[in-house]
Design a binder for this molecule. Structure first.
Ligand SMILES: C[S@@+](CC[C@H](N)C(=O)[O-])C[C@H]1O[C@@H](n2cnc3c(N)ncnc32)[C@H](O)[C@@H]1O
Length: 579
């Protein structure tokens, strides 16, 4: 009977593996239990953990049952009290015995808590938990829990439907909020939405709104996509005359399908007949390519998207005939994922504190006589604060300063290499570069590196100034930042530097704007360009070549994870800039 031990190990991320909860479970090769069963147990128990933490603590269970860790207590209590099938173990199993002998007390504590929360039945409590209504009242440490301040962003997929149609069907009866604040604090069942003022066809719903089973979602009419993640395709501002477009790092395909929707609207409205523009969606990872292909089909984007399955963008030949019509590229490479937040990428688990029932119940009186086992043997110290199980790159947070620095250096070298490769397409006129990272090194650092590269000088690439950007992006207030000590070079033209930074777009996580941490910038080149001095001075390549050694990277795509390994043979030129 490994279900509870396996679920506990997943929940505490004992293997320190990166990736989404789902991918960690479904990719785990040595799992004995059914992955779907482990996933259901872990997600449901986490959802109920705000309630069950109190129930377990008040019952004194952990004082009495030394075999149970707080995580095991949470999982077993969940199944004992809330699962239809009860505890999934033989009657004489040690864990089943350990939990069932406390059934009466645990049940009594659950009833008390339910009544305290004003719920007349378990069903009512279930509804409250499902709609996130417990978030504001549950106390991980006796204090009010933090409410999740991240809206459920929904992009209306113009390839399948329209905003008006969705407002009169899926969201019929919803009130339109004047700003985002009331939506952020509304419960999951509130009929409140906010039309985003920056991105067309984007709406914000309350954090716990659940549309995963709605017909519109299943039919690909609505797509869950963070606001910030909609910036790159919108900023690229594709037009029919852009002919072919490349999405260089495409899976799982949120930006690909967004691009496709924008392009389709524009092609349909008044384009002269001729060669139909196409989007080539490259994805290096085979498994993720399959997801991408599926998403493209569900979204109805296969009309103008060609998925390049398991194809490395770096292996494309910019000067080849196939690439002749490529005029725009969207580059959203793997990154540290340090900007990702919220419910989409983590589950919050409130664990019972083994010490908390000390003087409050009869069971604990007995247990006081016993010696506590050695820490870490049977009841390891566990935090009473929420345990965050990150979907992406959890290890980056755990790394010390040096490791983080090295990792950012490897990532930014790879990102710069991709961006300068994109600049080589002879007929390309614009490129968007984006990451869901908050680090300067992966963001402005890469943009400045690209703008001062030889290829930028040779082809005349420059930043798309704020004034030249599409309306919504021009109005977005958060712009690029400069970190003096983190850029290996300097510029004599301060005005140019300021303009580049103003052209860069940043989103912060955990603010009232409801976005994840994100970065986007667009580079452009005008069609009449003839080789000239770029705005900044690149002195020379110093001849030094850096071997790309590769890195193990948790992919930071919105819902899936892949291990990204750059080709070991890739050589990256190191540039030197004038101070
Ligand atoms: C941040 S994710 C992209 C998310 C995607 N743009 C979206 O919005 O859904 C980065 C993706 O790039 C892929 N990738 C990394 N290096 C690549 C390369 N050289 N060529 C093609 N794909 C690559 C990774 O496998 C990963 O799926």
């Amino acid at each position: 009977m490994s279900l509870y031990y396996e679920a506990a190990s997943i929940l505490t991320n004992a293997d320190s593996t990166g990736g989404s909860l789902k991918s960690r479970i479904f990719n785990k090769k040595d799992l004995k239990s059914k992955p779907a069963q482990v996933f259901a147990l872990v997600t449901e128990a986490s959802k109920w953990s705000g309630v069950l933490k109190d129930v377990v603590e008040k019952s004194g269970l952990l004082k009495e049952e030394r075999k149970l860790t707080p995580v095991l207590a949470l999982l077993l209590t969940h199944d004992l009290l809330l699962s239809k099938g009860g505890v999934a173990a033989p009657a004489n199993h040690v864990l089943k015995l350990a939990i069932t002998r406390h059934k009466a007390r645990l049940n009594a504590e659950l009833v008390k808590l339910r009544i305290k929360r004003g719920c007349g039945s378990l069903e009512q409590l279930r509804e409250q938990v499902n709609s996130g209504g417990d978030e504001t009242t549950t106390a991980p440490n006796g204090s009010p829990a933090e409410s999740i301040q991240h809206p459920r962003w929904v992009r209306i997929n113009a390839l399948r439907t329209s905003l008006d149609t969705q407002l009169s069907t899926t969201f019929v009866g919803y009130n339109k909020a004047d700003d985002l604040a009331p939506v952020l604090s509304a419960s999951g069942s509130s009929k409140l939405l906010y039309l985003d003022p920056h991105i067309p066809n984007l709406i914000a719903l309350p954090p716990r709104a659940d549309f995963a089973k709605s017909p519109a979602y299943l039919a690909g009419q609505i797509i869950f996509q963070d606001k910030a993640s909609c910036f790159p395709a919108y900023l690229l501002d594709v037009q029919p005359e852009d002919e072919d477009i490349i999405d260089a790092c495409a899976a799982p395909g949120n930006k690909t399908t967004h691009l496709s929707a924008i392009l389709s609207e524009r092609v349909d409205s008044g384009m002269p007949k001729g060669r139909a523009p196409k989007i080539f969606a490259y994805e290096k990872d085979k498994r993720r390519s399959i997801i991408l292909d599926k998403m493209v089909k569900i979204a109805g984007a296969d009309k103008n998207v060609r998925v390049k399955v398991a194809k490395d963008f770096l292996a494309t030949k910019p000067d080849s005939l196939e690439m002749e019509h490529v005029r725009a590229l969207l580059l959203d490479p793997s990154c540290s994922g340090s900007g990702i937040v919220g419910r989409d990428d983590s589950v919050k688990v409130y664990l019972p504190d083994p010490k908390s029932a000390e003087a409050t119940n009869t069971l604990s009186r007995k247990s006081k006589k016993r010696k506590r086992p050695k820490a870490g043997v049977e009841t390891p110290e566990t935090p009473a604060t929420p345990l965050e199980v990150e979907e992406s790159a959890p290890e980056i947070a755990a790394q010390d300063g040096t490791e983080l620095k090295d990792r950012l250096k490897a990532l930014s070298t790879f990102q710069l290499h991709l961006l300068t490769h994109a600049m080589r397409f002879p007929n390309a006129r614009k490129i968007t570069y984006s990451t869901c990272s908050i680090h300067f090194e992966e963001n402005e650092g890469v943009v400045f590196g690209a703008l001062t590269s030889p290829i930028a000088k040779e082809r005349g690439w420059k930043i798309l100034l704020r004034d030249e950007q599409v309306d919504g992006m021009r109005k977005w207030e958060k712009r690029g930042i400069w970190e003096e000590d983190k850029f290996d070079g300097g510029f004599s033209k301060e005005k140019w530097k300021a303009d580049v930074l103003d052209g860069c777009i940043r989103c912060e996580k955990g603010t009232e704007e409801g976005t994840m941490g994100f970065f986007a910038a667009a580079l452009v080149r005008d069609s009449t360009f003839e080789a000239a001095e770029p705005a900044s001075e690149v002195i020379e390549e110093n001849g030094e070549e850096e071997e790309w050694s590769g890195f193990s990277d948790d992919d930071t795509g919105p819902s899936e994870l892949a291990t990204v390994q750059a080709p070991a043979s890739t050589k990256v030129k190191k540039l030197k800039h004038k101070r």
